[in-house]
Design a binder for this molecule. Sequence first.
Ligand code: MSP
Length: 603
Amino acid sequence: MAKSKRKTKSKGRRSGESVKTRGKNAKSKTKAKSKSKKARSEKPAAAKKAPLARKSAARKKAKPGAPTASPPHTEPVRAAEEPASKPARERYYLTTPIFYPNGVPHIGHAYTVLASDAIARFQRLDGKDVFFLTGTDEHGLKMKQTAIAEGLTPQQLADRNSQRFRDAWSALDISQDAFIRTTEPRHYRASQAIWERMQKAGDIYLGKYAGWYSVRQEGYFLEKETTLGPDGVRREPLGSPVDWTEESSYFFRLSAYQERLLAYYDKHPDFIGPAERRNEVVSFVKGGLEDLSISRPTLDWGIPVPSDPKHVMYVWVDALTNYLTGVSYPDTDSAEFRRYWPADLHVIGKDIVRFHAVYWPAFLMSAGIAPPRRIFSHGFVLNRGEKMSKSVGNVVDPLALVAAYGIDQLRYFLLREVPFGQDGTYSHEAIVARINADLANDLGNLAQRSLSMINKQLDGVLPEPAAFSAADRALLDAADAMIGKAREAMKVQALHQVLAAVWAVVAEANRYFALEAPWALAKTDPARQRTVLYVTAEVIRQVAILAQPFTPIAAGKLLDLLAVPAGERSFLVLGGDQRIAAGAKLPAPAPAFPRYVESEASP
Ligand code: MSP
């Protein structure tokens, strides 16, 4: 794992200073339609004419920085998800971390990007003008060393592996609007510009850096953190060898930002989520900040320091600046920058919180740029409770999981099973249990049974309901309430709670279906059967619309089976203002969520 690396940066010291032993690990608005406005009557809303023919914009937005070589995403997703553009659509800029392409993508990387993708899709469906950025972080010593080991230049390694990330994201159906690479000229320009701004502000000075340096971790360690092995090799806590290194370095005056950062956290209580991470950050900053080494004279694989090109920027200034490059910084007058900065959300893993919640806002304050609105840190996904590592040999290829279980199934599992923000674990058994219980049985069967009944007994025509009973209304009310709950949960990135709210309604719908027993009503009370099937179809419609960010393909299939037009799949048609149109001819039903059946080939 390329992770703990940069955590130790500040452990080095400027020469002449004593090593400090801090004893610290230096390592919306929503478009919610007011429900009160809703005229919910005994008369089924289907009877109201629902002016739903929203034009689904298959148009491609001209998003900043979109790569020209390979399109960021396929058109169909956009067609299904983008409500017609309105002049004053609220914007939403979200990012993933940019990934180190010194190896291939693993399930931990996929987790970050899948969760971010679900958020991006959710916000698009909720009517926002979303700009979703991901990419690769291509500089640094580790890239250089991996390249040498593979007989490649760092650029060749970056080109090859960045493409692997891009391919993996496309196999995972990620809907990014742009993919940034830190080796692109536009990013050099942005990084040098922010450096110059920080220098002008008097926050960058030349000093000396010294300490026990681990190449593998890309970080310095205090002597007391290292151990001298019987083989005469000194190692850092994770076991990689360290060498005593002294070099000149530019420093960022982070120590000057303690009060400003604390004031910022205070004024913006939602800046860091979840709360545990926020508390850790606040107490870290309260403990005092050391200046930060931000350049290396010994490395040639990086962005040159503008005033002193012998030095390259130390990777985090370069890496974090990608979020600005993606929206055309330093062209602060550009339409992209003006529209999308500050970012609404940086999704990150818990190992890189400090870089995003402490260093990044300090850099931005120094450069006179507004900090992002929110940073949300998720936990780690562990393979049967164990951290993945190349040496343990349990690194999981997300594409192998997709091949074994399906994209939607993997997405659903990861986002439902693991409370977003906490660590979680996965195993074959747990994935299969979720696929078969939640997807195949609860939602898949309900859809299949009700739609087959409509197909066989009602000539495939969605029936006109009679007056709703108390049970019908209770279920419809529960379905109508989902969008409000989902929006609330999404405000704090509680993705698992969005799904829990939706699947609670699926469970209610199953109870309703079993109690109402529409199969038995065919002979005894056909009008009632039609109403029960209508209500069930309406609930499945709302469930499927809300499931789109999480299981886009299967949800789309369900909506096809319900003959819901592409332009009527956004969240604007949820909540009971509009109901599924009776009288529609439905296609022959087909399972949207197949059961997972164990086979010889099962993992
Ligand atoms: N390049 C830096 C990020 C720079 S952002 C300006 C980096 N790259 S990384 O490839 O090592 O990690 C990218 C993301 O993957 C991080 O958010 C990290 O938390 C996440 N994950 C890596 N392994 C993970 C798991 N096992 N589980 C969940 N997420 C994990 O850090």
